[in-house]
Design a protein around this ligand. Sequence first.
Ligand code: ADP
Ligand code: ASP
Ligand code: MG
Length: 348
Amino acid sequence: MINMEIVVMKFGGTSVRDESTRIHVFKHVRREVAAGYKVLVVVSAMGRAGEPYATDTLKGLIEYHSSKKETDRLLACGEIISSIVMSDLFQSNGLKSTSVSPQELGIKTDENYNNANILHVEPDRLLELFGGYDVLVAPGFIGVAPDGNITTLGRGGSDTSAIALGSALGAVFVDIYSDVEGVMTADPKLVKDARLLKKISYDNLIQLAARGAKVIHLKAIGLAKQKKVSLRLRGTMAEQIGTYVVDESVNTLSLAYQNGYSRYDLENVMQPIEHPLLSRQGGGWYASDMDVEQVEAYLADQGITFARTENYVKVTWYNQQRNPMEVTFYVEGNKLVDTINFLHYNLI
Ligand code: ADP
Ligand code: ASP
Ligand code: MG
């Protein structure tokens, strides 16, 4: 077999959204090819909700009557379109490139449609294709179930595709490109003074992703740690590598937030409340909107009446300095930007 060094480059929806951003993607890929690497490019669907081939747009084409299996087949179209468009662009600009199909990718998953788990990756077909091409463009977010049907890996799952493929191919590094420079002290879309973290440990990045910082898919970073994948996060519009993810302890100070919480104000509480899905803060109780059914069944069972208010956000101040600590609290959605900027200015 030819001796080749492979790198994986993953580009999210905003990086491949239109011609002006795609040309930046091409330049990053050309640089790695010129450095002598075989390149696996993993792409997400093009753009964001409202743009024609974006995941949320495709999702909006159907109501509630389709099965999860059919929904996955529909959503996968977004990544498949993107992979062919990108490979075409690379070829027009002189790179030896081809797109690969979901079946050729070799990502085998369980049958948990909409949020499938990767069981294993068979990289043989990709390795064979690298014999004839310098660049392979893979649709991210997609797997194949044991019966041959298409599955998807959960929202944001293209990051996980990149890590799983990088690990199976023994890639020298996996670079995740997006519309921000790397991992920052807070979401730079809300906090304009947010600073770039040049280094972060796998564990701290897992903590951040789990607390809502969607700069990388939680499953992706867990897998990267487990497989010891050399991972970097960087901006499509930037030249430099933004953040190196390292296997050593690094002091990190950051803010993360997660939407989708409700506040409960309770009456007739006769006994202490102990429920894993309810958190107390000040006079209120808070629960994720996903857990509302279970929480309300519990409250009814305890004979507690309640008023529920939606649109709260969970904010986490995360301090991995000398004395690790974490503070979590809830704010009304419309106070999030002010709150997070105030905290960033004073504490980070
Ligand atoms: P892609 O579509 O390329 O996968 P995502 O939207 O999934 O990109 O992730 C990048 C986004 O993550 C940024 O646009 C930013 O708003 C958000 N983000 C949240 N927290 C952070 C953080 N701490 N550092 C960097 N980006 C963050
Ligand atoms: N396109 C998919 C999503 O929007 C996967 C991804 O972007 O990683 O969730
Ligand atoms: Mg993402």
